[in-house]
Design a binder for this molecule. Sequence first.
Ligand code: NDP
Length: 454
Amino acid sequence: MVAEMWVENCQETECFMNGLVKRNPGQPEFHQAVKEFVLTVMPYVKQNPQYQQAQILERLTEPDRIIIYRVTWQDDDGNIRVNRAWRVQFNNSIGPYKGGLRFHPTVTLSVLKFLGFEQIFKNSLTGLPMGGGKGGSNFNPKGKSDSEVMRFCQSMMTELSHHIGQHTDVPAGDIGVGAREISYLFGQYKRIQNEFTGVLTGKGLPFGGSLVRTEATGYGCVYFCENMLNLVGDSIRGKTVAVSGAGNVAIYAVEKATELGAQAVTMSDSSGFIHDPDGIDAEKLAFVKDLKEVRRGRISEYVEKFPGATFHAGQRPWSVPCEVAIPCATQNEISLDDAKTLLANGVKVVCEGANMPTELDGVNAFLEAGVLFGPAKAANAGGVAVSGLEQSQNALRLTWTRNEVDEKLREIMEEIHAKCVRHSDGNGQVNYVRGANIAGFIKVADAMLAYGAV
Ligand code: NDP
């Protein structure tokens, strides 16, 4: 059924994609994200000609604007260093632009356009008034001193501050941008603009941050996973879970999965993965938190501390048998071959913590096999949802308790899950890819229709 749907829409999608590729040459990640979206949304647009007449898909795939700028900074040896940074302000139809900043040497305009595009629909799914944007730089924070990271962030914000604001564009963290970087960026914004507003989210608790923001993406992803399982009369309790990544999302996905009675057995970073058949319990996770958040070390150190585990250099964790896979590292980390291996080993649920971690043919393989597949737009929306709650608290000049925020996060993930179910094709198993894309699309598209030709 799912495979048929995929083939049926090929012609229109191919035509649309040919135009998009021509207009955006050399941007493979952006092409991939749009293709996955259009494959499911095109039939809906055809059934609702008002969207076609208003060229909504053409307009949605063209960012409102892109700011490209140079970031000059000085390293500890006094050398002048130059990086490139971008802010993609993709679509503000339903609220100020909102989306993270990524610092990684692999950052390109294509990567940020794919992330910004996905962010439009993810933010729409949360039900909060947030448009879609994304930004970042090819700056590599690895191996840099705190002073170097601070000088880079200050230089970056000196330019970025002209383009963002609490009612305009509110960036947050992403790969390579955590509490330290957000603090440096916020400090510089505050100094330049002489105002204390919620212009960034993911801030420290003493200066406007929200409780549970750090945990929100990983927790939200596991809540979504649990919602999918509950719908089929099952739960995550007792399941073996393979997680990739050892950063913000991965750490809190492991924490929540463990709290809910599952056993997480893998984590990874760009050097390889660890497999701990006894499970990464709270004590072991505390070691990983310190290793990654404080000491900024490598995941291989885990096996020195816990010799029951093994380290597999240069490999991803998908060869480890599991019932639940939660990719939390980066895009395209599950290929078709990885998907086949996971399926051969009996995977039942794949819930995306990272953005676009599964290649398109991998997604197709999971859907055809009847796996419960939670796409990133829906499954990892918890982070931006709590960012939205951080903005609300900043605007109200209030702080909500940990329980209040966690309860709102649970409700939002439940609502996102319900929206996906409602907009799936309704034939047998829920197609969460279709459900998330269409539910996210409708709200933004209707706002664009209301505005007329802008
Ligand atoms: P972090 O920088 O905290 O952690 C990223 C982790 O993934 C690290 O373990 C890193 O290893 C690994 N990783 C990064 N790039 C690669 C790569 N090319 N190959 C292998 N491993 C890699 O980032 P986050 O946890 O914040 O983000 C992870 C994913 O989740 C991203 O896709 C992000 O867009 C997405 N996301 C994050 C949200 C958030 O709130 N933070 C919200 C929604 C989605 P190493 O240290 O070796 O680089």
